[in-house]
Design a protein around this ligand. Structure first.
Ligand code: ADP
Length: 152
């Protein structure tokens, strides 16, 4: 049977316990997951260095040989196609996420008909964790370690 390969694309600025949860739950559905850090044109200036984030995500999943980390700067659908990924994994926290994900997934379907988007609803205890809040807390010297699956 064909391997089920999913890409989990995002800015991951930074990668949080909310993201970790989606990846680990995704492993129950997919043989392989590629965490793909995109250069989002709307958020072109990163707060956390991309190389640091790659290193931290790799460290988080060091015990898994079916979780990969990569970066990309092209259409997500194109990247998925190049890496034989037929599933696009995303997390949903609230209606705002839904509105955004709904329109993106329709476009992705047009661009790559075989790419099936799969959404996992957040774990309630992690629902409020967002990269933007973590950046804000960190910027002003707050301790963000409890929101991250690794030490900064
Ligand atoms: P993007 O900038 O592309 O939205 P993010 O890095 O912010 O990327 O998020 C990547 C994915 O992870 C998105 O699908 C987002 O909804 C999901 N996500 C972020 N935080 C959480 C969380 N706490 N619980 C579940 N899913 C989450």
């Amino acid at each position: 049977m064909q391997k089920r390969i999913a890409i989990f694309p995002g800015s991951f600025d930074p990668f949080t316990k909310g993201h970790e949860d989606i990846v680990l739950r995704g492993l129950q559905l997919f043989d392989e997951i590629i965490i793909a850090i995109g250069y989002n044109s709307n958020k072109s200036v990163r707060y956390f260095e991309i190389n640091t984030m790659i290193e931290k995500i790799k460290e988080t999943f060091k015990d898994y040989n079916n979780i990969h980390v990569d970066t990309y700067a092209e259409l997500t659908a194109t990247y998925a196609q190049k890496h034989n990924a037929n599933y696009l994994l995303r997390g949903l926290r609230n209606t705002t996420d839904f509105e955004y994900e709904n329109s993106i997934s329709q476009v992705n379907r047009k661009l790559h008909a075989d790419l099936e988007s799969v959404f996992l609803i957040t774990t309630p205890q992690l629902a409020w964790i967002s990269s933007s809040i973590i950046r804000e807390v960190h910027r002003y010297g707050g301790d963000v370690s409890q929101f991250l699956p690794y030490k900064l």
